[in-house]
Design a protein around this ligand. Structure first.
Ligand code: BES
Ligand code: MN
Ligand code: ZN
Length: 496
């Protein structure tokens, strides 16, 4: 993982294999100005010749620039000065990250956090730049041969902002760690990333932070005693035993905890309602909600936030098998509500309903937020840009939308109106697990809402945001930035 540091080096004198300098198309950034005068007008000439105009998304790598100590200068287009908003800034940082990833160097100094952005302070600029470059430089390695003789790659990033941004740097380190954790776990293939493996990952978090974190892992026998019939039913077809992972972080004495719950389906075949060819292999990512809440928990712990936090992950594999559950089964849940299974592929809500009810009853949290790759319908509604957000609590929904906007890990609220409730009616149980073709993301959320009554609750459907589809797509680490920001805000660290 990329190491971040902060300095106040001068662009022409910085001692690094590459200096990253932002260039507006209509003005000079302080670093561009410094490099231009040190080099006798190199940037002006590039602009005059049209070779580099500072257009947003453009980058140009210069070697051996006269008067500049760094052997490489990476120019990064920022577009117009007035147009540089939060999103454009993050895009420019990501482009810089892509270029850096391709260079055979282990360190770089980045001057992008110097530029002004309306409504954002220096801590935000440092943090956002570090996270964007860290994201671009992500490498999956777990099941690849160690690349012997591979060129060096970026390991250290020095962020230059002109003024102190220790808080931004600290937040960047913690959130980047949480994001990397979620991405690595998400990418890991399902023969290795089993419920037991996720529990072992939770154990490493607890071991590393033994002073503030405790872990319990509930086993099948515990779930049976707790009448978690829905969670158990989904796992029944799998040879891998189910786990219910409970992490607790104490940072605020006896205060009511916040709670995060994440869907940890390590592979979703659909069960008896088997998924067709072509839509199954990406279902290794069906534990990305779990990875996301664990990553956000890790970030909060590393930030030593003055809050109490619990993180609950039901983890199972959804397989078809002679011992598996069937469409038309009626399940008895931990909450005492019966559920008619009309589709074994709607398994996420079944494992979550027991985990949510358990978390509400046991911890009486100040608020509970779940994250789940819950519905294909949410992907149809919102695509890859926004996670679906559902809550009956307007204040909680507003907090999460605000945290998403600030972290640029955005969520968009969809309705949770009871108008949709009759779609979940069942003749044989209190509720059915599917609600038909229309508004699939809404009826899934409404199903969950039955199991959180009386608690401030919100649901994030991250089916479209948690990974990038395609053969070379990776887990994105979302919604770690959103949740980490929300927890920072709850801890009173809001600095606007
Ligand atoms: N994990 C899937 C949701 C999913 C599908 C996420 C595609 C990302 C891409 C979930 O368990 C599922 O299968 N949902 C069904 C629900 C349906 C049976 C009501 C779906 O969305 O098709
Ligand atoms: Mn499914
Ligand atoms: Zn699923």
């Amino acid at each position: 993982m990329l190491e971040f540091s902060q300095s106040s080096a001068a662009p022409a004198a910085v001692d690094a294999p590459c200096a990253v300098v932002g260039v507006f198309d209509d003005a000079m950034s302080p670093a561009a100005q410094a490099v231009d005068s040190a080099s006798g007008g190199a940037l002006r000439r590039l602009r005059a010749s049209g070779d580099f105009t500072g257009k947003l998304d453009a980058t140009l790598l210069l070697h051996g620039l006269a008067g500049v100590k760094a052997p490489r200068v990476l120019l990064v287009g920022l577009g117009s000065k007035a147009g540089l908003d939060a999103k454009a800034y993050r895009r420019a940082c990501a482009e810089a990250g892509k270029a850096l990833k391709a260079m055979p160097i282990a360190a770089a100094a980045c001057f992008l956090p110097e530029v002004d952005i309306a409504g954002q302070d220096v801590d935000w600029r440092v943090r956002t730049c570090a996270l964007a470059i860290g994201h671009a430089c992500f490498r999956y390695t777990a099941t690849l041969k160690p690349a012997n003789g591979d060129a060096p790659h970026l390991e250290a990033l020095e962020l230059v902002a002109g003024v102190d941004a220790a808080k931004g740097l600290m937040q960047a380190r913690a959130i980047a760690r949480g994001v990397a954790f979620a991405r690595e776990l998400g990418c890991l293939p399902p023969n290795l990333c089993t419920p037991m493996h996720i529990a072992a990952q939770a154990q490493t978090i607890a071991d590393e932070h033994a002073e503030s974190v405790t872990l319990e892992v509930l086993e099948r026998a515990d779930m049976e005693k707790l009448h978690m019939g829905a969670l158990l039913a989904v796992s029944a077809g799998s040879a891998a035993p189910p786990k219910l992972i409970v992490l607790q972080y104490k940072g605020a004495g006896d205060a009511k905890p916040y709670a995060l719950v994440g869907k940890g389906v390590t592979f979703d075949t659909g069960g008896m309602n088997l998924k067709p060819t072509g839509s199954m292999e990406e279902m290794k990512y069906d534990m990305c909600g779990a990875a996301g809440v664990l990553g956000a928990f890790l970030a909060a712990v590393e930030l030593k936030l003055p809050i109490n936090l619990v993180c609950v992950v039901p983890s199972v594999e959804n397989m078809p098998d002679g011992g598996g559950y069937r469409p038309s089964d009626v399940l008895h849940t931990h909450a005492g509500i019966t559920v008619e299974v009309l589709n074994t592929d709607a398994e996420g809500r079944l494992i979550l309903c027991d985990a949510l009810a358990y978390t509400c009853k046991r911890f009486q949290p100040a608020a509970i937020v779940d994250a789940a790759t819950l519905t294909g319908a949410c992907v149809i509604a919102l695509g890859a840009h926004a996670s679906g957000l559902f809550s009956a609590d307007d204040a909680l929904a507003d907090e999460l939308v605000a945290a998403g906007n600030r972290s640029l890990d955005r969520a968009w609220r969809l309705p949770l109106w009871d108008d949709y409730k009759n779609q979940l009616e069942s003749a044989f149980a209190d509720i059915a697990n599917v609600g038909g073709k229309s508004a699939g993301a809404v009826t899934a959320a409404l199903f969950l809402s039955r199991f959180t009554e009386g608690t401030r609750w919100a649901h994030l459907d991250v089916a479209g945001t948690a990974w990038t589809p395609g053969r070379k797509g990776y887990a994105t680490g979302r919604p770690v930035p959103l949740l980490a920001q929300w927890l920072l805000d709850r801890a009173g660290n809001r600095d606007e």
